[in-house]
Design a protein around this ligand. Structure first.
Ligand code: ATP
Length: 306
């Protein structure tokens, strides 16, 4: 029986490995499926980045023809500047980032980078120029160092460490039992949304792309995590063309321009101070969020006092 038990154990191990392999393949196919929505045009050229200016011109888009999501959206992200998009849930904010990364094509209008339509350039060159920090980063079942180095596979250990520091995640990593060699992902340590996002920021630091898309995590983060992410982003987005898809307003205060999206159209635009003065949708969203934060802080104080 003992003789039998070992191979059975081994079979169990192999089975789990295969199963995990299949999940990885499924994830890969999920990704491929998204990418299959668009194809390189036969005469696609590599994107030639000059300054990295982005323009959305009269962009119309619907996932389902019966339900338009974007109904003529125009704005620019000048080279090196930061533009934040805010608005109610479901307004189409993340859709803008997916269109810029060309997971889907616009149905009317155009998106250009330094004057080149994203549909006319190779997807490979487009994606090499853009650093995407998505809402929910998928981590590989490997070490944390591997996950960061994915941004630039030839990066040295020192560079990986420096990137983690910029992303405000090095303190956390150094406290893990195996430091940078700790296993993460489904089969290792499960990181929180905020930690995963900082790993994605560290990846992006290594990749060092001229354009950055940050799709903020929708999930609520505690104030400290939020401040750490904010500090990391300020460093990373400096002198890079940055599009922030903001689900919380605290991260947009310093943006060069804030676009307020509602029902697929731009409802308001301006700086934080300018929009507060307008006393419109942004101002009411800001006040509501401030009240909610204050109520939360108050509740915390009451709990701590107990
Ligand atoms: P939130 O702040 O809640 O993340 P958002 O403004 O970023 O919202 P989007 O993710 O851009 O909203 O989605 C806009 C609308 O499009 C939503 O109503 C959503 O349900 C729908 N949608 C998003 N992705 C798809 C998809 N792949 N297929 C069909 N509909 C989709």
């Amino acid at each position: 029986l003992i003789q039998l038990a070992i191979p059975l154990n081994f079979i169990g191990f192999v089975y789990r490995e295969i199963r995990q392999g299949l999940t990885d393949i499924e994830q890969m196919f999920d990704l491929l499926e998204v990418e299959a929505e668009v194809e390189d045009s036969p005469d696609a050229q590599p994107l030639a980045i000059k300054a990295g200016a982005i323009a959305f011109r009269d962009v119309h888009f619907a996932y389902d023809p019966a339900r338009p999501i974007l109904k003529g959206v125009s704005f620019e992200v000048p080279a090196g500047k930061t533009v934040a998009v805010v608005g109610p849930s479901g307004a189409g904010k993340s859709t803008l980032s997916r269109l810029l990364y060309r997971f889907y094509d616009v149905q009317q209008g155009a998106i250009t980078i330094d004057g080149q339509d994203v549909r006319d350039v190779t997807q490979k060159s487009l994606r090499a120029a853009i650093g995407m920090v998505p809402q929910d980063t998928v981590l590989f079942n490997d070490t944390i160092a591997y996950n960061i180095r994915y941004g630039r596979p030839d990066a040295s250990d020192e560079e990986v460490r420096a990137a983690a520091e910029i992303a405000q995640i090095s303190g956390f990593i150094e406290h893990l039992p195996d430091g940078f060699k700790s296993m993460v992902g489904e089969r290792g340590l499960k990181l929180s949304g905020g930690e995963k996002q900082r790993v994605a920021i560290a990846r992006t630091v290594l990749k060092s792309p001229p354009i950055l898309i940050l799709d903020e995590a929708t999930s609520a983060l505690d104030t400290r995590t939020e401040q750490e992410i904010q500090a990391a982003l300020e460093i990373v987005s400096k002198n890079r063309t940055t599009l922030v898809i903001a689900h919380r307003l605290s991260t947009v205060v310093g943006a060069d321009e804030i676009i307020v999206l509602k029902d697929g159209r731009i409802a308001e635009r301006g700086t934080h101070a300018g929009l507060l003065r307008q006393n419109g949708l942004y101002a009411s969203m800001w006040n509501r969020q401030r009240e909610a934060t204050e109520a939360e802080e108050h509740l915390k104080q009451v709990r701590e006092a107990d």
